[in-house]
Design a protein around this ligand. Structure first.
Ligand SMILES: [Zn+2]
Length: 327
């Protein structure tokens, strides 16, 4: 069974924010190609799991933290052929669990991919959000927000499954950032509350968890430092963007360490860039690979001097970018 899931339409918000690279990759020009459904789910699960580990491991330091459960919803209506998608996934309704983070609260409560979700907090999903019309992702995003709201209010959310089982999941602290995989252009990007990574990028990273974690940590750093606000409306955008990229490279080291990853993964990713095996990053905004490597190594040394790895306390932000001389 093959099916095609439409690209996330909420890329409009993300378009304005920081991209790991803004390259239009030639091999993204695949035909509106059918993807094996199991690969879509494996990608979702990998990114939910790594994203959860990063955001849970850094919850104590993120200015915006909230209880999370490590769960991503799916909506069959985001597929070109919803009926086929329901059949392939074995769903009895449109709304289902797309993926749960390994070892996250949802997984530990017994939720698994392809469980049809009938109600959230006792309210039928049909009553909460109308089926999508123009923006096919609006409903699933709205329902995801319902879950987040319930968790923020009481720390617990209850989901009613198709077989009428009610599963109450208690949230655990996490940075309030959603992680999504999409088929959109660009490799990875972050807004204040969302990190996205392109499916092609996962392939380019060889589906290597340490490499994917390094990219997600860089993007989570953009979100955690609220670079979206910093860059919105500035005149000298290039200088501010470069500053943001330097900060994200440096903070990614702390974020990886707090999630139990070897922070050297950030350096390894850049070494692969240098070796030309990974064409991911626009050097115009991210700086030369050599400079990035040096910065990352220096930051690893800085972090070693702060054994609590409390980046809220010890991470040095850069000052406002100096004005670039006119050319
Ligand atoms: Zn970046």
């Amino acid at each position: 069974m093959r099916s095609t899931r439409r690209a996330r339409a909420d890329g409009r918000r993300l378009a304005a924010v920081l991209a790991l690279a803004s390259l239009a990759l030639a091999n993204l020009a695949l035909p509106a190609a059918a993807q094996p459904i199991d690969q879509l789910q494996r990608d979702d699960e990998a990114v939910q799991s790594l994203g959860w580990r990063l955001s849970h491991g850094n919850a104590a330091f993120c200015a915006r933290a909230a209880p999370g459960i490590g769960l991503l919803l799916a909506d069959a209506q985001t597929f070109d052929d919803p009926a086929r998608a329901r059949q392939a996934y074995g769903l009895s309704g449109d709304i289902a669990v797309a993926a749960v983070a390994a070892d996250g609260p949802a997984a530990r409560a017994g939720l698994a991919a392809n469980a049809t979700v009938g109600a959230i907090e006792g309210a039928p999903v049909k009553s909460l959000m109308p089926p999508p019309r123009n923006d096919s992702w609006a409903r699933v995003l709205g329902l995801q927000q319902r879950i987040e709201r319930a968790l923020a209010q009481s720390g617990v959310v209850s989901l009613t499954l198709a077989d009428d089982r009610v599963i109450a999941v208690r949230g655990a602290p996490a940075c309030a950032v959603r992680f999504i995989v999409d088929d959109g252009k660009g490799n990875a990007a972050a807004s204040r509350d969302q990190v996205r990574i392109g499916r092609e990028t996962l392939r380019k990273l060889g589906d290597d968890p340490a490499m994917i974690a390094a990219v997600l940590a860089h993007e989570l750093a953009h979100a955690a430092l609220d670079h979206e606000s910093l860059i919105t409306g500035v005149r000298n955008r290039r200088a501010v963007t470069q500053r943001c990229e330097r900060e994200a490279d440096r903070l990614s080291v702390w974020i990886l360490a707090n999630a139990g990853f070897d922070p050297a993964a950030a350096a390894a990713m850049n070494e692969r860039l240098a070796a030309g095996t990974l064409a991911l990053i626009a050097s115009s905004t991210h700086g030369s690979t050599r400079a990035r490597l040096a910065r990352i190594r220096a930051e690893i040394a800085q972090m070693a001097a702060a054994p609590d790895h409390d980046w809220a306390k010890h991470f040095r932000r850069e000052d406002t970018a100096p004005a670039e001389p006119a050319r």
